[in-house]
Design a protein around this ligand. Structure first.
Ligand code: NCD
Length: 356
């Protein structure tokens, strides 16, 4: 394997980085999970089948024991130095459901980075003790740097991106697509509406990338003027001939949607951008109101990566409507993440052929 210095690696276009993410560069099988662009349709279809299978096996106590035996000799580290509820806990449960021992670090001030150790050296150290690192970090390139470090190290372990700054959240996109598919059966030909802070939310970026694997998908982006989706995403969609349009009127597009993907305004980035006010607390134009359900297709879904603040009418939390899938979407995350870990550790066949 050609070893590139980090500065050179970091400058490569994503397409040139992808071969570095596989353990065997001749086979497109993921090792590191960094970008939503790294997945193709056959991978997605088989991952979803694997997640479905794990979910089913987990329903019996024999199945639970079988799953827990699979990675009982392996250890995972969840390194989450940015706030996280669902991604952290669903990865933890996914790892434990496959029998892994787990450790977590949720604050760099407790590691030697506080003494000035570089992220590379810290990651190399962690990798001496564990077999997988799942990582959430405020800096866009931190997960990539960790994966690059592992490619240079003797003891090479996979790095999973659990959220990198405002850039990407690839495993969230996997669970989002899995959820859309479960809700509306087929994604080809569907219209996906993404709402909220599209400029600073990483989930909508990764989801947009991942949707390129489906035919004739159109995207409608709904946001305040200042939080529009990035130009780089629009270029990507144009490049892949994926139609999209932008609007600031949610109500006018709910009837067209097969999936509506709500997001919150990411106010935590305001101060870094020099914005004095806290944005988006209550802009009614970007709130999903109960009466919108009447306009939505009978087979469609309302999603949210969560946490939500006030962008979904709170009474919807208690309404019995199968189109409101955002709580189920959370649980889907655990199965998708278990599937992804199983896949990276080469367990697909043994799981798919398990006999109840
Ligand atoms: C998202 C995130 O962290 O990007 N949350 C999540 O992982 N489910 C969305 C958000 O914080 O708004």
């Amino acid at each position: 394997m050609k070893k590139l210095p980090w500065e050179e690696f970091a400058e490569l276009p994503i397409s040139d980085k992808l071969p570095f993410l596989s353990i065997d560069r001749t086979v497109n099988e993921p090792f590191h999970v960094l970008f939503a662009q790294q997945f193709d349709r056959p991978f997605l279809d088989s991952l979803f089948a694997l997640a479905d299978r794990i979910r089913k096996i987990h329903k019996t106590s024999d199945g639970v024991i079988f799953l827990r035996s699979l990675l009982a000799d392996r250890q995972a580290l969840n390194l989450f130095v940015q706030p996280s509820t669902r991604t952290f806990l669903s990865f933890l449960c996914a790892e434990q459901n496959l029998g892994m021992m787990t450790a977590d670090i949720r604050d760099v001030s407790t590691s030697s980075q506080a003494k000035g150790e570089s992220l590379q050296n810290t990651i190399r150290t962690f990798s001496s003790y564990v077999d997988l690192i799942v990582m959430r970090h405020p800096d866009k390139g931190a997960c990539e740097l960790a994966a690059w470090e592992m490619n240079m190290a003797d003891r090479r372990i996979p790095i999973f991106n659990g959220g990198s700054g405002r850039d990407q959240h690839p495993t969230q996109a996997l669970l989002d697509v899995y959820t859309i598919r479960k809700s509306v059966d087929e994604i080809d030909g569907k219209t996906i509406v993404m709402v909220g802070d599209l400029a600073r939310g990483r989930t909508v970026r990764s989801l947009s990338y991942l949707l390129k694997n489906y035919r004739d998908v159109s995207i409608i982006y709904v946001s305040p003027e200042r939080f529009r989706i990035g130009e780089d995403i629009k270029e990507f969609l144009d490049h892949h001939n994926m139609p999209f349009r932008e609007t600031d009127d949610l109500e006018s597009v709910v009837g067209e949607a097969d999936a509506i993907y709500m997001t919150r305004i990411q106010w935590e980035w305001d101060s870094a951008e020099g914005l004095a006010e806290r944005h988006g607390e209550s802009d009614p134009r970007f709130v999903f109101r109960t009466e919108f359900l009447d306009k939505m297709k009978p087979k469609s879904c309302v999603m949210h990566p969560l946490p939500k603040i006030n962008e979904i009418d709170p009474e919807l939390d208690y309404l019995d409507d199968p189109r409101l899938v955002y709580w189920r979407q959370e649980r889907n995350g655990m199965w998708i993440r278990a599937g992804l870990i199983a896949r990276v550790f080469g367990l697909s066949d043994v799981i798919m052929s398990y006999k109840e």
